[in-house]
Structure formats: C-alpha cells, structure tokens
Design a protein around this ligand. Structure first.
Ligand code: PBG
Length: 326
C-alpha cells in the first residue's frame, strides 16, 4: 500500500478554475456520436405523442421528413427507424414488403436528405400479430425459421436504401445469415450494427406501447438475455463479431454499463449503447414532477455512456443533447 501523499497531492487543484476543469475533462460528447430513434406510422399528417414517452412521437412518413429536416439542421446525422404497420401477419412478412412502412420512409428520406444515415432496426415484433420477434412453433419463437424472415427483411430494407442494418431480435446466427443474404444481393457495403447484448428488460415497457409490439402471450426470455448475466453478454458480443458484425450494441444502457466497459476493454470494435425507452420515461417523469433537473441529468447520462466506453449512443434525447451542446 502506498502512503497517503497529502498535502503534496491535492486533487482539488485541478478543479478550482473552470477553464482548467475543461482542459482536464476526460470525456466529451458530440452530435457525431448520437443516433435519434424514430417511430413511423401509416397515414398522413400524423404526429401523435406517445403517452408513456412525453416529447416523443409517432410520425407518418410526411411528418417524419419534416422532423428529420429539423434534426439535420441541428447536425444530427443518423436516425434509427421503427415501423408501426397498418396490417400484421403471423410471420412478420409485412416487414419485408417492398412497400412496407419503413421501406416507404427510407425512400422518402433518401430523396429529401440523402446524407442522413438511416439505420433500419430489423425485427419481426412490430410486424407479427402476436408481437413476438419471429415465427411461433410449439408456443415459442423458432430460431432457424425466423432467420429467413429476418434476412428477407434486411435485404428489403437495404434495397429501399437503408445505410445500416440493425438486427434486434436475438436469434442465434442472425448476423451471419443476414450478412450472407446482404452480400448475395450485392449489399456488401452495408454494415451491420448488431444488438448483441440485448437483455430481457423491463426498461422496454414504453417502447412496446410506442411500437405496438408487446407480446400477446409470454415474454421474450427464451431469446433475449437473462438480466443477471454479464459473462454471457460478452460471449454474445464475441459471437456476433465472429459472424461479421461491424458494430455491436449493449441494451439497455444505464443498468448495463459494466458490460459496455468490459466490451470496450476486450474487443476492438465500435461499441454502441442504447439509452432505451424506460430510461427516457423515468427521467422525463421525474423532471416533469420537478424532482430532478432534466437538462443536467440528460448530460450526466450521456457522459456516463462515454466514460464507460461507448462510441455511439442511441437515445431519445439526441435532439435535446444537440440543443444543449450547440
Ligand atoms: C424490437 C426492439 C425493442 C426495442 C428496440 N428494438 C423492443 C423489444 O425488444 O421488446 C426497445 C427499445 C426501447 O425500449 O427504447 N425487438
């Protein structure tokens, strides 16, 4: 044990002057790190607030374009797209339809904002009648059948013009299957952002209202990870890297920063963190009650992600952060 070095060492010395505090700050947050998730619904002129996520909306495609132009003005250069289709089916095949909701949104956005990076979430839960992430056999999601619908959806989204494919289903082998399908169709330049360590979390509650994707029976514990497991999360990430993921994600964010830090130390790949709906809603609700300072906690949260080692942050606060640091 080394001896205490006080009074020679005084860590407060670097804190007295605000400029020195800035000079010595270890982490910064930039709009270049941010991805804004958006919900797209059918119809026209729709901008409907999500009850459990005040300040977040479901947009019809025309309104989505308006919103993305505002984001672009604020230097946000990447969005993550979720679709709420007019009709659903047993296997989620509507998600792979050429004129599906997200495909239409992508075409419209690419026309108006060609530089905006469109990250397409790939999953079946928004598109199935039962709300599970794949095809049901004997009361559970069948892994290998689901790989086929996911691959079809990924190719269809790439064809529409998606810049990044982000599978969020947690089936085994989906990164490899999607990579093969994309390459076979000529989309070898399109990167995969894998939701690698995605936990079966209660923090997705508000999202399921927003995306109308709550499972009609059971839960997602046979495919999403057990919240108690950290080593297994690293194994999931390792697998996805081996299958060809270009970026990996940890989700949710705040309660899983141990995984972010370990993944950053262990793997040489960009690490994304998803600051999910429940995390947004908790902070928002507390702020609306006047119990916490929203702006301050939003920035504190972003710095926590950066400190833990996240390279990119998917957050419903993206626009707010852009305003705060402008
Ligand atoms: C789709 C998907 C979910 C989220 C992102 N993609 C929901 C889920 O797995 O139930 C959650 C995002 C959030 O809560 O903000 N599978």
């Amino acid at each position: 044990m080394s001896k205490p070095q006080f009074p020679i060492t005084r860590l407060r010395r670097a804190r007295y002057n605000p400029v020195i505090r800035e000079l010595t700050a270890e982490t910064q947050i930039s709009v270049n790190d941010l991805v804004m998730p958006l919900f797209i619904t059918f119809g026209e002129n729709v901008k409907q607030e999500i009850l459990s996520m005040p300040g977040q909306y479901r947009f019809s495609v025309d309104e989505l374009v308006v919103k993305c132009k505002q984001l672009w003005q604020k230097n946000i250069r990447a969005v993550l797209l979720f679709g709420i289709p007019a009709v659903k089916d047993k296997h989620g095949l509507v998600g792979a339809h050429e004129h599906g909701i997200i495909q239409k949104a992508i075409v419209a956005l690419k026309k108006e904002l060609p530089g905006l990076v469109l990250i397409a979430d790939v999953c079946n839960c928004e598109y199935t009648t039962h709300g599970h992430c794949g095809t049901i056999i004997d009361g559970d999601v069948d892994n290998d059948l689901t790989l086929e619908t996911l691959a079809a959806q990924a190719v269809s989204l790439a064809k529409a013009g998606a810049d990044v494919i982000a599978p969020s289903d947690m089936m085994d082998g989906r990164v490899l299957r999607i990579r093969e399908a994309l390459d076979k169709s000529g989309y070898y330049k399109i990167p995969i952002l894998a939701y690698s360590a995605k936990f079966a979390s209660g923090f997705y509650g508000p999202f399921r209202e927003a995306a109308d994707s709550a499972p009609a029976f059971g839960d997602r514990r046979t495919y999403q990870m057990d919240v108690r497991n950290g080593n297994e999360a690293l194994r999931e990430i390792e697998q996805d890297i081996a299958e060809g993921a270009d970026m990996v994600m940890v989700k949710p964010g705040l309660a899983y920063l141990d995984i972010v830090a370990k993944a950053k130390a262990r793997f040489n790949i960009p690490i994304a963190v998803y600051n999910v709906s429940g995390e947004y809603s908790m902070l928002k609700a507390a702020a609306q009650n006047g119990w916490v300072d929203e702006d301050r906690l939003v920035m504190e949260t972003m710095f926590a992600f950066k400190r833990a080692g996240a390279d990119l942050i998917l957050t419903y606060w993206a626009e707010k952060v852009a305003d705060l640091i402008a």
